[in-house]
Design a protein around this ligand. Structure first.
Ligand code: NDP
Ligand code: MG
Length: 384
């Protein structure tokens, strides 16, 4: 068993958050603190079951309601938009699981690293927007950053014992999503209801939509660059319709290692919490005979330009990956509110990346926060 004895879970009420609590319970890990945006009925239930002594709630009104609901418990409540950051800095845990969705996960990650905590990170937006700041900081503070993302967990597993010079390329897999095989014309009519149905994974709303556009694969390409320090041109993306191969690594001698498993995020969560140990887990064993066939395809980059836009963003460098993420988050929200069409997501991300297409200047946290804000405003203005 690893030395990790206690954890804090940010975004505990979400899809990854709830699966993290199940996994922690299975592993017998102590949970010190939890956080949510506004879902206090679930947070209350989690606090009562986990025995966590502190929580952070971003929505101030929800925090007040929670105070009344749990007046019989000895739990400290931090409230407001900076509450998760405060919690990340001061919670006593040795590991912070960041399962917040979106850019709001960035500052809490930095605070946790600064205070010497290991990070298990589902919040890929942090690594996309600011990986070039976060990863060196983690090295400086001598803390680990382990991915909770099936592809990156797979690559991490394939790279065990490997030297960096032995890698020819990383190969990220994706399911292709619900609109695999669609033409651009067919995509015009996609509704939120259609985009919210993923063929193989059950996830939060935001990631379900950005998985369907394949922007998730673009984010994951950048995430892999930051986690494994591999350049963009050594990372391929390929579709495996069954989501059984979670990613692969090709080595310089031509050998390719793949990681396979039943699709279940609890496997990656457990890996990040117990690494380097492997323990009995909650994931159903893989039954290859019942899977039968594995199919692979290239992405249709004409219909889904998302991965190529991510490649351009990292080649431009600087704030551009942050802009790619910020414009995507804004577009997903507007699409779910029916303010834009599905295909507008691609054109709006592209416009924002062109508009803020400067690399160059040294990246700072303030510069990234500013770029995130500007990109969101720009996209909203374009839509009017
Ligand atoms: P969900 O939408 O299910 O959950 C998000 C969590 O973050 C909730 O607890 C939510 O609270 C909280 N939250 C939302 N906004 C804020 C905010 N502004 N401040 C503080 N907390 C906030 O997301 P997922 O669990 O699906 O995804 C989380 C992260 O994991 C994403 O970055 C995603 O890309 C990544 N990921 C997810 C996978 C999955 O299978 N779901 C797979 C791989 C990666 P509340 O419930 O109160 O709204
Ligand atoms: Mg993934």
């Amino acid at each position: 068993m690893s030395e990790k004895k206690s954890i804090t879970v940010l975004g505990s009420t979400g899809s990854i958050g709830t699966q993290t609590i199940q996994t922690a319970r299975h592993l017998g890990l102590k949970i010190d603190a939890l956080s949510a945006n506004s879902n206090i009925s679930l947070l209350e239930e989690q606090l009562r079951l986990s025995g966590a002594k502190t929580c952070a709630v971003a929505d101030e009104k929800a925090a007040l309601d929670l105070k009344t609901r749990i007046s019989d418990l000895d739990v400290k409540i931090l409230a407001g938009k900076d509450a998760a950051s405060e919690l990340a800095a001061f919670c006593p845990s040795d590991t912070l699981v960041n399962a917040i969705i979106g850019f709001s996960g960035l500052v809490p990650t930095i605070k946790a690293i600064e205070s010497g905590k290991n990070i298990a990170i589902a919040n890929k937006e942090t690594l996309v927007a600011a990986g070039e700041i976060v990863m060196p900081l983690a090295r400086e503070k001598n803390v680990s950053v382990l991915p909770i993302d099936s592809e990156h967990c797979a690559i991490h597993e394939c790279l065990r014992g490997a030297e960096k010079r032995e890698i020819r390329k990383l190969i990220i897999t994706g399911s292709g999503g619900p609109f695999f095989g669609y033409t651009r014309e067919q995509l015009q009519d996609v509704t939120p209801e259609m985009a919210l149905k993923h063929p193989n994974w059950s996830m939060g709303k935001g990631i379900t939509v950005y998985s369907s556009t394949l922007v998730n694969k673009g984010l994951e390409l950048i995430e892999a660059m930051r986690l494994f320090d591999v350049p963009e041109d050594k990372i391929d993306v390929i579709i495996n319709r069954q989501s059984i191969i979670h990613s692969l690594v090709e080595f310089v001698d031509g050998s390719v290692l793949a990681q396979l498993a039943t699709p279940d995020m609890r496997l990656c969560i457990q890996y990040a919490l117990t690494y380097p140990a492997r323990l009995e887990g909650l994931t159903k064993p893989l039954d290859l005979a019942s899977v039968g066939t594995l199919n692979f395809y290239n992405i249709d980059n004409e219909v889904f330009p998302s991965v190529n836009m991510a490649r351009r963003a990292v080649r431009t460098g600087g704030i551009n990956p942050c802009v790619y993420n910020a414009s995507n988050e804004t577009c997903v929200d507007m699409f779910l509110q029916r303010k834009i069409k599905y295909t507008d997501i691609f054109t709006l991300i592209d416009s924002a990346c062109v508009k803020f297409g400067k690399g160059g200047n040294e990246l700072t946290l303030d510069g990234i926060i500013e770029a995130d804000k500007n990109a969101r405003e720009y996209v909203k203005e374009l839509v009017g």
